[in-house]
Design a protein around this ligand. Sequence first.
Ligand code: F6R
Length: 239
Amino acid sequence: MVFHVYEDAKSACEAGAVLMAAEILKRDDCVLGLATGSTPIPTYEKLVSMYQAGILDFSNVRSFNLDEYVGIDYANPVSYHAFMNENLFSKVNMKQENIHLPDGCTDEDGARYDKAIREAGGVDIQLLGIGRNGHIGFNEPCDCFPIGTHVVTLTESTIQANARFFSSADEVPRKAISMGIGNIMSARAVLLIATGADKADAVYRTICGPVTPQVPASVLQLHPCCTILLDKAAASKLG
Ligand code: F6R
């Protein structure tokens, strides 16, 4: 695990875009694992600008997103389908058939998603944000590390954190379908970006704490190729 600390969030996120761009340049049909949330927005902006400048071509790039709410209308702007469309897919030349997000509401739907990832040859680089409780994807603190894509019940802390995207916390779906820790650990490279003081504790526990499913991101200590990009605020507890 290596980590880099940047002066501000924009630089950390743009460094993330550089790592993802390198993957696309190495293999034009590479498989990107993608995340939603506020953190990676500048990363997507940078990737879009590199596409617009003619530096990157997404025509053969394939992608698998980490997660999606269960039961949400994908046309709803707060769905992860709509988020990805708005921030990346509609702005680069990716082919619709190369874009994948988890879909459905059962663990069988999750198993189908895992099969599609395997058939694509696995994820080359998995982009991650992190929750204040150390969650990655929708893998919330629990007693074990979930392996494959599965249906999860959101914790109260995640519902409250995500309420900012909805008109009220009551509207946040209570369930999601998410890649498991096994999926994330199977990616050939993992790139976690954390920005802002509210992530400092989760970042500290991820990098310096014991590996425990109570801090799901701590498992990344065991990944052979994990890069963590931080701004100063998120790194403030690292000493
Ligand atoms: C998003 C995801 C989540 C977020 C995390 C941080 O696909 O899987 O784990 O990465 O909740 O969200 P932000 O970036 O909004 O703080």
